[in-house]
Design a protein around this ligand. Structure first.
Ligand SMILES: Cc1cc2nc3c(=O)[nH]c(=O)nc-3n(C[C@H](O)[C@H](O)[C@H](O)COP(=O)(O)OP(=O)(O)OC[C@H]3O[C@@H](n4cnc5c(N)ncnc54)[C@H](O)[C@@H]3O)c2cc1C
Length: 438
């Protein structure tokens, strides 16, 4: 996805491009074909609603920028209500044909096994990056900066947390500043609530690992339901331990267990539930997590998961031009940068392609405004996200600087429209600025 879009954007800007693709010579456990832009699982680019949905807005922005992935998705779309679902094989074949026939693009069927020392490169090798290249990236970036699995805890929109029940406090009030001492949101549970929560966790439907997906998984973080299976009290002595905390709403009553949420972005609009990575099915997650007092009305920016997924710690490794700080002739794009999903991956390819082409032509592009879907995503991965807890992220309105509108369901529709109107104007201005600079 990302590589195809990056190549298209750079070539359309007038820069010659070579795509190195290891398939079909070297396969992965998920790909089936030798086509570029193969959709490895679902055939959906998710919501196409560009007024009420952040991923729909990203579609719009990519179309406005002449994106190849969106153009071909539209050509091969299948009826799917408000979603952009596509006929996957003709879609991938059409992307491949368009790229192979572009006069400035060459496609070389070979695996890249090292980080090149010179030239301009975009590494867009995705969640199933070839192992030799992954090793080379780890050698360059440090072993701790490359993950082979995501362990995603659910992320909640701050404004959906009931602060009449929850409160802000770090364990034992640790921290030098008031901000550090109140870095966590705490949700208290009584014994009955805890027991009911454990029952629901154990009973919830889980997803299974796919063949080839499991190696190394237990070295990382255990899913909460696996911890609960090891003993009903395990969570109370792990991520849900109630120690070092006093509930200001009920100071004399000690909670039996406490669920903690930690700030997930600089804006303070998103909080992740600490230690709650899970393999529960999405439908089960929403009902189980809404049993947590304070989260009964929670709106989730993303749900938890654990998958095979190669990605780098972009907030520490990349600059705001998506370049590897230690080797600035190499950019990263796509899922390997810590975005999640076909659309987000392609979007980061679009941006990397434009940035690389501009640099080669002696132009510098203005940073993309954070108020656009594209800008919100790239700002998140290159510095907005907390590097210590960095995990792949879908685009969502929680990544955008807030707009000022509140109040109920109607309020939400108005707010989302404000986000998308602002984004469209700013994205068009950015594209216009770029054209003017050419
Ligand atoms: C099993 C699985 C299921 C997924 N399901 C979905 C889903 O349903 N919906 C969704 O939105 N997202 C899904 N994703 C997440 C992600 O959005 C997709 O994987 C998406 O294709 C990522 O785009 P990308 O461009 O970053 O990587 P890819 O589309 O995987 O492209 C990377 C390309 O680089 C090639 N490559 C890798 N290493 C090398 C190398 N060393 N040399 C040369 N070529 C190399 C690969 O063959 C591949 O063609 C899934 C991921 C996985 C692993």
């Amino acid at each position: 996805m990302a590589g195809s879009e990056a190549a298209w954007q750079a070539a359309e800007a007038g820069v010659p491009v070579t795509i190195h693709e290891m398939r079909p010579r070297v396969g992965t456990f998920a790909h089936r074909t030798g086509s570029l832009a193969e959709m490895v699982c679902s055939n959906s680019f998710r919501s196409d609603d560009d007024e009420q949905n952040a991923v729909g807005l990203l579609h719009w922005e990519m179309r406005a920028a002449g994106g190849l992935i969106m153009e071909m998705a539209h050509k091969h779309r299948l009826p799917a209500g408000g979603a952009l679902a596509v006929d996957r094989d003709p879609f991938a074949e059409a992307v491949t044909a368009r790229l192979r026939s572009h006069p400035l693009i060459e496609v070389v069927d070979e695996e890249v096994t090292a980080l090149p020392d010179s030239g301009h490169w975009i590494v867009a090798t995705g969640p199933l990056t070839g192992s030799a290249l992954a090793q080379a990236i780890a050698d360059e970036a440090g072993q701790d900066s490359l993950a082979f699995f995501d362990a995603i805890a659910p992320i909640v929109h701050y404004d959906s947390i009931d602060m009449d029940i929850a409160w802000m406090q770090s364990r034992y009030d640790k921290g030098e500043t008031e901000e550090e001492r109140t870095a966590y949101i705490n949700c208290p549970m009584t014994r009955d609530q805890y027991e009911a929560f454990i029952d629901a966790l154990l009973a919830a439907e889980k997803t299974e690992f796919k063949p080839g997906e499991t190696a190394g998984y237990f070295d990382g973080c255990l899913p909460i339901e696996v911890m609960a299976e090891r003993g009903r009290e395990t969570l109370r002595f792990g991520p849900m331990k109630p120690v070092g905390l006093t509930n200001p709403h009920d100071p004399t009553n000690k909670a039996y267990a406490v669920v903690q949420l930690r700030r997930d972005n600089k804006l303070g609009t998103l909080y992740n539930i600490v230690g709650f990575q899970t393999k529960m099915k999405y439908s089960a997650q929403t009902s189980v997590f809404k049993m947590i007092p304070g989260l009964q009305e929670a709106s989730f920016a993303r749900l938890g998961g654990i998958h095979r997924n190669t990605f780098i710690n972009s907030p520490t490794l990349l600059d705001d031009q998506m370049r590897l700080k230690s080797k600035p002739h190499i950019r990263f794009a796509g899922q390997i940068t810590g975005v999640e999903g076909y659309v987000e991956s392609a979007a980061m390819g679009l941006l990397a392609g434009r940035l690389a082409a501009a640099e080669m032509q002696g132009r510098t592009l203005e940073p993309v405004p954070e108020t656009t879907a594209m800008g919100a995503l790239v700002t998140h991965i290159t510095g907005g996200a907390d590097a210590k807890t960095f995990q792949p992220m879908n685009v969502n309105f929680g990544l955008f600087p807030p707009v000022d509108a509140r109040g109920g369901r109607k309020g939400r529709q108005v707010r989302y429209k404000m986000y998308t109107d602002r984004a469209k104007a700013d994205w068009q201005a950015w594209l216009g600025v770029r054209q003017a600079a050419e």
